[in-house]
Design a protein around this ligand. Structure first.
Ligand SMILES: Cc1cc2nc3c(=O)[nH]c(=O)nc-3n(C[C@H](O)[C@H](O)[C@H](O)COP(=O)(O)OP(=O)(O)OC[C@H]3O[C@@H](n4cnc5c(N)ncnc54)[C@H](O)[C@@H]3O)c2cc1C
Length: 367
């Protein structure tokens, strides 16, 4: 038996892959409905198609370009080589959970993981059924913590590390738009508007401090003083900053996805990374490979590079952001961004730096 805590992106995909390999898989999820409440914008780059063939019904919108704004109001527009998809995140989670169930995984909703302890070469896992209030123990060969940013599995098993959490605040709001994603990186964090349809956007911010103030200021700027009347739904959730020293295995216990801080520190997106890591984990368990080495080989250097960029950005002034956007307005630099997938900066960073020594001035902020 393999026990997975959390039916989010990482947990569902790991459940699907492991059940497909013939393992007995049991998934415990605290919420009563998979994917709800939503705390995600749902932007995913085209590389995702190599992992899961998404059904049309899961996708709210398809977007072909993004603008990155600097504080002085200028922007650079990047046309993606392959369109990005805007998923209805709850439908994506439900879809992958259905794939897992069809492959044989069992799901228990309304069940909270409380703790675990070793028992011989097995783990005893304590869970609470939220409907009946009953707490009980179950035995498992392996325990996978796919329980998100504040992972209790990570905390209980010495895998939490010294992670830093950002807070994301988001709303769905009425706004006519030109079907372009807008990113606003700033000294406060990152803000965005993402078109859901021609007259609706997902508007949000992620920041380490004062999220409400940042969010309201951003809504006022983009939606106007009457922003409250345009908002139709609100969501919020923490986002971990990648910790390169994070341990992801302790004996029979593993962590994956946000539970293991596998998030791009620049854009704070982690859906793709959760799926890549879930695949690395399933392959490691199936073929008895070293999980830490597997996921680090697939995306460790990219996550590290995003973190270095975040470290530099944390020291930027408004003027530095203005200069950065200005640098990307140059045809050559813009083209490099357009041709590559932002999930994998190791594939284009050297090209950028070699041809654009002015970018190197930003590297000094890392040290
Ligand atoms: C506002 C916001 C916007 C975002 N937008 C994007 C985006 O556009 N693109 C992108 O790539 N990423 C985005 N992210 C990040 C993305 O949502 C996460 O990286 C992704 O959800 C990680 O998946 P996961 O499976 O690791 O964790 P989660 O999706 O958080 O799933 C964890 C699951 O575990 C369950 N759980 C937790 N504790 C327990 C417990 N004790 N017992 C049982 N179950 C438990 C939870 O209920 C949850 O279902 C955004 C995040 C936020 C907050």
């Amino acid at each position: 038996m393999i026990t997975i805590i959390g039916a989010g992106a990482a947990g569902n995909y790991a459940a699907y892959l492991l059940a497909s390999e013939g393992f007995d898989v049991q998934v415990y999820e605290a919420n009563s409905t998979i994917g709800l409440p939503v705390a995600c914008t749902g932007i995913i780059t085209s590389h995702f198609d190599t992992l899961i063939k998404p059904k049309k019904e899961l996708i709210a919108n398809t977007v072909e370009s993004a603008r990155i704004y600097s504080p002085n109001g200028k922007n650079v527009k990047i046309k993606f080589r392959h369109p990005n998809k805007i998923f209805n995140r709850h439908l994506l989670d439900q879809h992958v959970a259905e794939m897992a169930q069809q492959a044989g995984a069992e799901y228990r909703l309304n069940h909270v993981y409380m703790g675990n302890r070793p028992s011989g070469d097995m783990e005893k896992v304590m869970v609470k059924d939220l409907k009946s209030g009953e707490e009980y123990e179950t035995e498992t060969k392996m325990l996978i913590g796919a329980d998100g940013p504040a992972s209790r599995v990570a905390k209980n098993n010495g895998l939490y590390g010294k992670r830093k959490l950002y807070l994301g605040l988001q709303a769905t709001a009425k706004r006519e738009n030109d079907n372009v994603i807008d990113f606003y990186p700033s000294t406060q964090g990152i803000a965005w508007t993402v078109p859901e349809s021609k007259d609706m956007v997902r508007i949000g911010v992620a920041t380490p401090s004062e999220p409400q103030k940042y969010f309201e200021g951003f809504c006022r700027k983009v939606l106007g003083e009457d922003f409250d009347e345009k908002i139709v739904a609100r969501q919020a959730g923490p986002i971990p900053l990648y910790d390169p020293n994070v341990k992801t295995q302790n004996g029979n216990v593993y962590t994956v996805g946000d539970a293991a801080t596998m998030v791009k520190a620049t854009t704070l997106g982690g859906i793709m990374q959760s799926h890549i890591a879930a695949k690395a984990l399933a392959e490691s368990i199936t073929h008895r490979k070293n999980y830490s080495r597997e996921w680090r080989t697939k995306m460790g250097r990219d996550l590290w590079m995003h973190l270095m960029m975040r470290k530099a950005m944390d020291k930027f002034t408004d003027e530095d952001y203005n200069k950065l956007v200005n640098t990307f307005q140059k045809e050559r630099n813009r083209k490099i961004l357009e041709e590559h997938d932002r999930d994998f900066p190791t594939r284009f960073m050297a090209k950028l730096l070699i041809g654009s020594p002015e970018l190197l001035r930003f590297a000094r902020f890392i040290f």
